[in-house]
Write a protein that binds this ligand. Sequence first.
Ligand code: NAD
Length: 694
Amino acid sequence: MTAITQSVDLDRRGRIAVLTVSNPPVNALSQHVRQGLHDGVKQTTADAAVGAIVVTCAGRTFIAGADITEFGKPPKAPGLHEVLVLIEQSEKPAVAAVHGTALGGGLEVALACHYRIGSKTARFGLPEVKLGLLPGAGGTQRLPRVVGVEKALQMIVSGDPIGADEALTHGLLDAIVEGDLTAAAVAFAEKVVSERRPLKKIRDLEDKLAPARGRPELFAAFRKSVARQTRGFRAPESCIRAVEAAATLPFDAGLARERELFLELLHSPESKAQRYFFFAEREAAKIPDVPPDTAAKEIRRAAVLGAGTMGGGIAMNFANASIPVTVVEVAREPLERGLGVVRKNYEATASKGRLTPADVDRRLGLIHGTTDFGEIADADIVVEAVFEEMRVKREVFAKIDKICKADALLATNTSTLDVNAIAGATGRPESVIGMHFFSPANVMRLLEVVRGAKTSKTTIATAMAVGRRIGKVPVLVGVCDGFVGNRMLHARGREAEKLILEGALPDQVDKVLYDFGFPMGPFAMGDLAGLDVGWRIRKGKGVTSPVADRLCEMGRFGQKTGAGYYRYAGSDRTPIPDADVEKIILEVARDQGIQRRAISDAEIRERLLYPMVNEGAKILEERLAIRASDIDVIWVYGYGWPVYRGGPMFWADQVGLKTLKSRMLEFERQHGPVWQPAPLLARLADAGRGFVEQ
Ligand code: NAD
């Protein structure tokens, strides 16, 4: 065995040269990997004793992508493209032996080889689109030549990987092998040599492209089919154009077009934001005073209290992660209703083909309903999702404190109540924590983990770990009204209400946010969530919101009553602007002596988004979020902030904090002290800095 570079070894098995990449943890294509492959292929092609080359990887996976720490830095030779040309042009057959995942540049390496074999569990994908990019080393030109244009479009535009069986069906794999992969690859290569099989250079393949040549309608139909999911993103369209180039241009011209489109994306604000967010999500797992080696408790059994809107969804999360869960209700009736909703949800998923009937049965089998609190005595974690009332919550926590085993984690899903006061109802506040799920709880990825004053590090580590295990993105926050997400949402909601009194209408306000990239605006969202929820909370606090209160008094609670800020035709969820609502708005404005005026979309955008950023700044100063990027993760995963704009704090930096500050000072003159820039925002603006240090 010879080391070519620190991460690539060359070994000879008879007349077959084996190049092994070893760059843990995922064999990313760092400079020394590219160099090793480059030099290794050069050496072996010059060696008359070598008949063929096998490219394989050590560790748990094939090459799983680019080394993204090299992004944004000056490129270091050799470039991947150069390495791939060398492999493809080699006169000796090259065989890629894939296990784990061949992703991004990894799959592009495999595509430059003349043959590909893989283990049964191997996966293949080009996920660049998820970072706002496209596969820039021939992936968009080679993949359609192997799997056909339609499959290539689907893989490149979704970024989702496919399994070995599918890869074999579509011609991406020549064989699936079992047992020792390298030995199988050597045997395969040996056969290629002894049978004198021709070199299969993907660049020269034509047959799979033929059906798409001269058929622009095929691309038009694909564009239409993904329009909804890709709205606002830049990369998907560039991916489609690159594949279109494969179907319309000769290979080298196609490669040049791919390069051009790649560079455009690399410098685009969308990709910059998406790459920032990729790291932001990973950062959120890091808690300075709870290091990664903090012992987390093992979770074998869970319990959920309350089988309402949230409880049912939370129970599904545990069952989906194969954790048995006991759901406790006050009476049979709400229990059965709740479990009925769970069953319906699973059946709906199964009817779309995303779960087998056996999966449904297995998951339902893990959910056990009861009205007997005694049955949660052995639960390792309890998530409370009962009515949002402090008295009820405290009663429930006092009760479970007596029942649950000593080392159980006790979590509350409260959205507005003080976690410390809830913890205070138990004799073990160190084991109490907030786990704030978002509705629908079985779908939304965000989990705000709310640290109380006495919450222990073990409890925090356990909540974060179990959150990840059930497929969520946990973000640690502190106790305050609304925690991080809803507190910022309220700042936005306050301005939205003002804007409709000053002259805008709900559909104008909503459209501005929709066009910004949110799935919907604040009024459509209120109608979806139910206006009665906020109404009840306001009544509890003795505050008013004149338009919303009037709507609720009329029984207009939103979609569920067929009318709210909008009206709804039958079961159709499309909001229809309603003249009755406009009348109410005009009346309230008149009563308050407000002279209505035309408000520009630009002002609406600033009025809605700047207060969120300002609230975010206060949250950071109060140390209720660890870092600005955590706030961004919360907004992308919990509230539909478009990821191609990074998140509110990142976005504010792009706008420029100086701009924000001066505009806020103008609004302060017009609308009062609520617009005063937060001290942190003002300080950073004056220093010419941003929230996110990059
Ligand atoms: P819900 O009214 O739909 O369900 C509450 C359930 O708790 C009811 O089925 C009720 O019978 C049951 N319950 C009441 N007292 C109980 C007790 N002592 N023991 C066991 N069960 C009891 O309410 P929800 O919307 O699911 O909200 C539950 C919690 O989740 C609240 O704290 C709420 O603030 C929070 N939350 C709600 C949302 C949301 O969008 N609905 C989002 C995040 C958090």
